[in-house]
Write a protein that binds this ligand. Structure first.
Ligand code: XMP
Ligand code: MG
Length: 182
């Protein structure tokens, strides 16, 4: 395992190994399969690009409930601090009226992205909206939104790998790394 990686002047250390990610994925998929066990029509999974593409791809292959897949591209982040606004770079291409919707996010930091996006989804009158995130930073978002499926709660640290980037680099790392302090 490559235990440390460097981008510019920043060094990152392994935080969540790919083995631990697999354990998390299996548990999350089990929770989702159970939650939707009685629903026969496909659930619309909406992946928020770019960061969640690997998580989404791994998660769907563990789901036994029928699904459809949609992608949106929202951006609320530049460098390592939140900008406090959400831009739609790729919009949803389908109607959600009368559908069960599950939003798949890589990481919830301030919660702003999902707070704004959930309000927009509600306008389409889906039957249900649930949220699944691989990582959550509760000390940052203070539970301003309800998260239905959480892979792992982490502190207010900056993480990369497994889809998460630092200035678009590092997304292909199989493990999740965190900024090394000191
Ligand atoms: P908010 O603050 O709206 O932000 O919940 C969610 C989006 O911000 C990005 N984000 C991160 N990206 N490492 C990253 O590579 C991080 O530690 C991190 N924290 C937030 C991410 O795109 C997420 O969708
Ligand atoms: Mg993201």
């Amino acid at each position: 395992m490559i235990s440390e990686v460097t981008y510019g002047d920043k060094t990152f250390e392994v935080f969540i190994s790919q083995e631990e990610i697999q354990v998390i994925l299996n548990r999350l998929a089990g929770e989702i399969n159970d939650a939707y066990a009685d629903i026969s029509e496909p659930i619309v999974l909406i992946s928020i690009l770019d960061g969640s593409f690997i998580f989404m791809a791994d998660l769907v292959r563990k789901l036994s409930v029928p699904i459809e897949i949609q992608f949106v591209k929202l951006k609320s982040y530049e460098d390592m601090t939140s900008r406090g606004e959400v831009a739609h770079l790729l919009k949803l291409q389908t109607s959600l009226t009368g559908k069960h919707v599950l939003v798949v996010e890589d990481i919830i930091d301030t919660g702003l992205t999902l707070e704004v996006f959930s309000e927009e989804l509600k306008k389409q009158n889906p039957l249900t909206i649930k949220i699944c995130t691989l990582l959550s930073k509760p000390e940052v978002h203070n539970d301003i939104i309800d998260i239905d499926f959480v892979g792992k709660e982490i502190g207010p640290e900056f993480v990369i790998g497994y889809g998460l980037d630092i200035d678009e680099a590092a997304r292909q790392l199989p493990h999740i790394y965190r900024l090394k302090i000191g």
